[in-house]
Design a binder for this molecule. Structure first.
Ligand code: PLP
Length: 373
């Protein structure tokens, strides 16, 4: 028999593309005694999570709750419930996650029109308008708000308006944006949204907050075909997260405790204050990077506050710098993906990680690694 000592993770400063650092009270919440998933005390807490999520998403949507699973589960939830075989779907692709959404939509049987922009740039509303002209009956327009792979923030209000005008639903990925910059579901007319817990909400990965507008919910409930996924079928999930409280699957109890505490902290800080904090720390990082001779690779005017795509300078050892930051400072930063592999470092300032002290720490460490005086 092989046995091991109890696992003891080191304490890292998580400045990559997620997960981000978590407040001690969130970790403490996860260590609380378990309740049964139909215990009235747990059920009351689930109701509070739904109320808090509506406030964080700035929506009145009744169908707002956390799907069990990471952000990708939320992506699948939205696609499997809204798409039926043969539906026409327009997907904006300006990085990894738009590409993934197109893949998921195709797996649901959609005829996908891909609207592409170079990595690092945003999806322009005009591109969506052009695509809508070419598609006879668009069912869904899907865009990633904050592209974590490139550090670009696509403005979505006009895109959502165009989708609605064309009679399509608007689906938005807010995995990296929620809690770190404005996300206004109802004001922007977003019909379906998913997020993740491990980025700007500063909660461990494991749940995917989602929300469906009444319009989207009607589409999901009046389908001609059964939802392909039993686990993610909103028609079944709503009987657990709604009034009935019928057993569907065992909710990840401790993850929901953690999300409850994380959302409580977000609302205690206040959305506007939290967004401002993310903006200010991004600006401080940008200034410090500039002093080190480093720039940001994503489109000027549309750079994410919570995820900075830093251009690796000529001659620098991209992987070597990341390894040294981890080994000598216990700081994790991310590598580039796809066409940006080897060309950028991704420095996250998400949720609890976004602080002036952490900006100073990573800049100081980079200064040493790059040998800048
Ligand atoms: C924009 C975006 N969408 C979707 C995902 C997938 O989320 P997860 O890795 O939690 O499944 C991520 C994860 O990094 C992301 O950044």
């Amino acid at each position: 028999m092989t046995t091991f000592p109890a696992f003891q993770p080191p304490t890292r400063l998580l400045m990559g593309p997620g997960p981000s650092n978590v407040a001690p009270s969130v970790l403490k919440a996860m260590a609380a005694p378990l309740l049964g998933h139909l215990d009235p005390v747990f059920v009351k807490m689930m109701d509070e999570i739904k109320v808090m999520l509506r406030q964080v998403f700035l929506t009145k949507n009744e169908m707002t709750f956390p799907v069990s699973g990471t952000g990708s589960a939320g992506m699948e939830f939205c696609c499997v419930n809204l798409i039926e075989p043969g539906d026409e779907v327009i997907v904006g692709i300006n990085g990894v996650f738009g590409g993934r959404m197109a893949d998921v939509a195709e797996r649901c049987g959609a005829r996908v029109t891909k609207v592409e922009a170079p990595w690092g740039r945003i999806i322009e509303a005009q591109q969506i308008a052009d695509a809508l002209q070419k598609v006879s009956r668009p069912k869904l327009v899907a865009v990633v708000h904050a592209e974590t792979s490139t550090g670009a923030l696509t403005p979505v209000e006009e895109i959502a308006r165009l989708a609605r005008q064309a009679g399509a639903l608007m689906l938005l990925d807010t995995v990296t944006s929620l809690g770190g910059c404005p996300v206004r579901l109802d004001d922007w007319g977003i019909d379906a949204v998913y997020s993740g817990t491990q980025k700007c909400l500063s909660c461990p990965p494991g749940l995917s907050p989602v929300s469906l507008s009444p319009r989207a919910l009607e589409v999901a409930t009046k389908r001609k075909t059964k939802v392909q996924s039993w686990y993610l079928d909103v028609n079944l999930l709503s009987s657990y997260w709604g009034e009935q409280r019928a057993y569907h699957h065992t909710a990840p109890i401790s993850m929901n405790y953690a999300l409850h505490e994380a959302l409580r902290l977000v609302l205690e800080e206040g959305l506007e204050n939290r967004w401002r904090r993310h903006e200010q720390n991004h600006l401080a990082l940008r200034k410090g990077l500039n002093d080190l001779g480093l720039g940001i690779a994503s489109q000027e005017g549309h750079q994410l506050w919570q995820l900075n795509a830093v251009t690796v300078p000529n001659g620098a050892d991209e992987a070597g710098v990341r390894q040294r930051l981890l080994k000598d400072w216990s700081i994790e930063i991310g590598a580039g993906l796809g066409p940006m592999k080897g060309k950028i470092w991704r420095i996250g300032l998400m949720g609890a990680t976004s602080s002036p002290e952490n900006v100073e720490k990573v800049l100081g460490a980079l200064r040493v690694c790059l040998g800048v005086r």
